[in-house]
Design a protein around this ligand. Structure first.
Ligand code: AMP
Ligand code: MG
Length: 356
């Protein structure tokens, strides 16, 4: 398939407006358009068209039991596709548009293959101006999972989507680097008014709690799925974000990590293994000096979890270019934006965590 690729920096020019109208018309006609959002890039199709949804699963190589998030231009549009409630309205008022997805009971306006036959649908109103303009231009809600091939890290810049999706979709809009870099926070509104956190993201538990919401974090956010456990969000059960090399997370303070690396990393290198470190900016120079044979990837300042979130997926993708055996990285904390990093990194590491 021939994929049209366009770069849009700002919506101000008539050319950008024309491209958005063209992409919107493609969506309306059942086509697939990759577009930037503030979280990660989305692979979009008409959420009311079952054959567009089938094409999305096919383009991603995604199992069809892993449902899609529908994207609306205005939080109030959720009512056309789902049964909303006062708590949804409050979340919409306070946090939308933004990196929050809410699971609500679905209406019949959404085909069954979008929700993988669940009685609920995931709804999000993105903040990115290109995403919102595209949904408006399409005139329909856009079903969009992350625009990566299933199993690889979500794409956070134009080069990532071109690599994964060129030839698989009708149109790619390259809008530069994603502001947040991790996928949206997903919450389910429970019957008793609790928010069940299914996936941590840019909207933190602390932020939801500060709004007066009662939040319960689903077990699968911080742990592996246990045998026999019911899957609340089908995406939880799939291996995710995994780099080709074995990622190993080090649970300990800065001194503990350094002491461990001086022993274990050195012995791996002596065995002839190709090793890398995903390191805080502050540690990069020291590590480069201590371990000249290891490759060091800077993934942001230790105190700046937003920066780490923004860089994580790009760094994981870069590691794949070097034919590595082992990658060592610090284990994030489980609060604030750290929880979203923790959740993505334990999956990327297939739960290989060493106490150091
Ligand atoms: P992605 O679109 O790639 O960010 O993945 C969407 C995530 O949302 C997956 O983990 C899905 O399992 C989850 N999801 C979508 N719809 C629902 C739903 N109705 N109930 C629970 N989780 C959902
Ligand atoms: Mg995804």
């Amino acid at each position: 398939m021939q994929t049209k690729i366009a770069h849009i920096d700002s919506l101000d020019s008539p050319e950008a407006q024309r491209l958005i109208m063209e992409a919107g018309a493609m969506i309306r006609a059942g086509g697939l358009v990759v577009f930037p959002t503030e979280t990660v890039y989305g692979l979009g199709g008409d959420a009311t068209n079952p054959s567009a949804a089938s094409r999305i699963y096919e383009a991603k190589g995604r199992p069809s039991d892993n449902p899609l998030i529908i994207h609306v231009a205005d939080p109030a549009d959720a009512e056309k596709y789902a049964f909303t409630c006062p708590l949804y309205e409050k979340l919409a008022r306070e946090l939308m548009p933004g990196p929050l997805t809410v699971i609500l009971p679905v209406r019949q306006t959404i085909p069954q293959n979008v929700t993988a036959s669940l009685p609920t649908v995931a709804v999000r109103c993105p903040e990115h101006p290109i995403a919102r303009a595209l949904i408006r231009a399409a005139g329909v809600p856009i079903a969009a999972p992350s625009a990566n091939l299933s199993g690889s890290p979500s794409p956070t810049n134009g080069a990532h989507v071109i690599k994964d999706m060129n030839g698989r979709v009708d149109f790619i809009i390259d809008g530069g680097s994603s502001e947040i870099g991790l996928e949206s926070t997903i919450v389910k509104i429970e019957d008793d008014g609790t928010l069940l956190l299914l996936r941590p993201g840019g909207i933190t538990v602390e932020k939801l709690t500060a709004l007066g919401c009662k939040v319960k974090v689903a077990n699968a956010v911080t742990e592996g799925m246990k045998e026999g456990e019911t899957v609340l969000s089908p995406g939880m059960k799939y291996k995710h974000y995994a780099p080709k090399a074995s990622l190993i997370l080090l649970d300990g303070d800065n001194e503990g990590r350094e002491a461990f690396l001086k022993e274990k990393l050195k012995s791996s290198l002596q065995e002839g293994k190709k090793c890398a470190l995903l390191a805080y900016s502050e540690d990069c120079a020291v590590y480069a000096r201590l371990f000249p044979d290891a490759r060091v990837f800077d993934f942001g300042s230790q105190a700046n979890e937003e920066e780490q979130a923004k860089l994580l997926f790009a760094r994981l993708r870069e590691t794949d270019d070097f034919d590595l055996d082992e990658i060592y990285a610090p284990l994030p904390r489980q609060s604030g934006m750290g929880l979203a990093l923790y959740n993505r990194m334990i999956r990327a590491a297939a739960h290989r965590i060493l106490r150091v």
